[in-house]
Design a protein around this ligand. Sequence first.
Ligand code: ASP
Ligand code: MG
Length: 824
Amino acid sequence: MKILKFGGTSVSTPDRIKTVIDIVVDAQKSERIGVVFSAFGGVTDQLIQISQIAATGDDAYLRDLESLENKLIEFTKALISAKRQSKVFASVKSTFNELEDTLNGVYLVKELTARTLDFILSFGERLSAYILSEAMKEVGLETEYVDSREFIKTDETFGAARVNIEQSYRKIADFFRDRTAIQVITGFIGSTIKNETTTLGRSGSDYTASLIGAALMATSIDIWTDVDGIMTADPRVVPAAFSLNHITYEEAMEMSHFGTKVIHPSAMQPAFERNIPIRIRNTFNLEFEGTVISRNRANLEYLISGISSIEQISLLRVQGSGMIGVTGISSRLFTSLARANINIVLITQASSEHTICFAVAPEEAARAKEAIEREFALEIQAHQIDRVIVEKDLSIVAAVGENMRHTPGIAGRLFQILGKNDINVVAIAQGSSELNISAVIDKTDEARALNAIHSAFFKKESHAVNLFLVGTGRVGGALMKQMHEYIARPYERKKHDLNIMGIANSRKMLFDQAGIHQANWRERMDGEGESMTMEKYVNTMRKLNLSNCVLVDCTASDEVANWYKAILESGISVVAANKKANSGAYHDYLELKDLASSNEVLYLYETNVCAGLPVIQTIQDLVHVGDHVQKIEAVVSGTLSYIFNTFSGDRAFSDIVLEAQTKGYTEPDPRNDLDGMDMVRKLLILARESGLPLEMEQVANNNFLPPECLEVETVDQFFAELINLDPEMKAKQEAATRKGKRLMYIASLENNHAEISLKAIDETHPFYLLTGNDNIIALTTRFYDETPMVIQGPGAGPEVTAAGVFTDVLQVATHIKTIKEGES
Ligand code: ASP
Ligand code: MG
């Protein structure tokens, strides 16, 4: 005998129900089965709402009731063949009449007791199990509808009734004896000795299934849900979370008490006592083999089994000198809370006995404070106990696992991780079962804490870098391609795991925690993308609150650059191809660097100068080891490089500029290259990297273009003016040639002076043989003083720029890895 239980989402549409029936058909082939159903998805909530409306004396409840009825009729139509429909309709209809009568009563007396509500809720499960038992007959299964009130016997705590185990087991055993048809059973509901309807608490169908499974000594209790079993953490908060194959009852109980409610904790007890495995399966993913919950688990691969959390709690602190050494204080404290029906989530008391701390749900905090202050009114008056302090907006994170019992140092490691991530711990507790270590922290730190703990304890997944790209132009596009080739490599051939989680351009943005793929990212952006604002983009990134994120800026946008500070402050690294931030005020440049280091993240921008050529990194490394930059000479514009490398005298200067423009080597308006401003920005950055606190105005731009060229409006007018410059350029060029020199537009830094100017250089100069549109840079330093260090190569183009950006990204990955390894 095997028990299968399906929850609301598994039976939320006729299509889903068909999948469920397939599962049942399959399961009954090998074994006798019983099937437990919850109400159809959302129905319990609807019934509660309808009842509440009725109880206010508002007849609007009738409208909602009707739409619920229509929904059930729809389901019936979709699942039952025409010739059997009328019989099923009749039965559904008569059940509905009973429900309508009850609600009418609520409406008339304007009162909704817990007892009545339980009765009303029972219709949800009764209707679903009945309709489903009929639907199964359609595929030839022999089924019988069973109302579990027949054998689940409870006390009279309506809303959350306690089951009389012995009596219920006996009745279940009696009931199931000699039945051959598949029993299709209502979950969630039971009855008192007086046969009044009760419910077992929200999500109680799991418990029903477990009770029946235990009573019948089933081989297994299969709980079918809509997720891949029990996971190491909530995947909505921790993207690296993965499904567990195996977990013990106690672990599952701890995990489900906190956060992720895959299974109701009460379902564990019956199965545990009779040692019946519970299997959590996913109706939406039949491939997933399930998480098995049993007494022992074989693999103790990880130190902990999972991490869970309670998002929102309040902490109450009772303290005072009058508490020290006095017996009975805590007993009075907790008795007063029990009387006020307040559930305590966590308790700690310092051994100084000066304070007792406990956590409750936020909505109960005020009542708890009142109850205590009433209880200790005299002590408070006498100042033996101070007032009760309530701290709000806190979360609890907990590491759970059997392994903790046997392994020292887990708590130490946990708190070390929190410390390293700058997360303040407000209170801690460890159950003496050693199955759970809990830390109370600020709510704003919750996601970061969960991710940090997860990556430290589940190391396999720990080093993935989560990347958010802005800018999908030529460089961004080439970067996506290079990164996807990397991601596709076999694991042994890469050092890092990369996950592209967000991508945006000026119009659209797209997020996917499971990763955005090369094959379809453009289509997905157009299709699913939301409209882009940098604020939303950054906030989404922040909300994910992952400790290993990097923003990559492949735009030339001031707006994007203005966000760097906020991003770095959130503990997210920035890789910028965009040079706007570094060529703004010196103060801002410095602040970005400081923010990066104080937040232990990286701010990298190798491609700001000479694209992928290792210029910035080289200067940084030299400065770092104590070298001192004495002189920089550079051709840092591919366009200007090309123009002067081609300008040899036999052709007019304007002609060459026009050719460069036609070939696409220049900006659409060539003045954006010729005005030297781009070189100014790059030289400024080089100077700053060398340690000079320079502002843009301090870079002398001795531009060779006359004002007439710059002032005219259109590009055509510009070219017309440029022709007038030809004789002068020709004269300069010829003068240089006569002296065995050539002309070159050079950025230079020497004696703290930075300038861009047209120079004539002779053959001893390292730039003399420059060709094409290469960039070149010569560094003369304390160490490289006889001849300079020269770096040369293509300094533009999507591929090389993307490769430079990618190098920075991987550097962030290495940084993250180092930090993570330090944590564990
Ligand atoms: N239908 C009930 C609820 O929504 C019981 C269950 O789903 O297990 O709480
Ligand atoms: Mg570079």
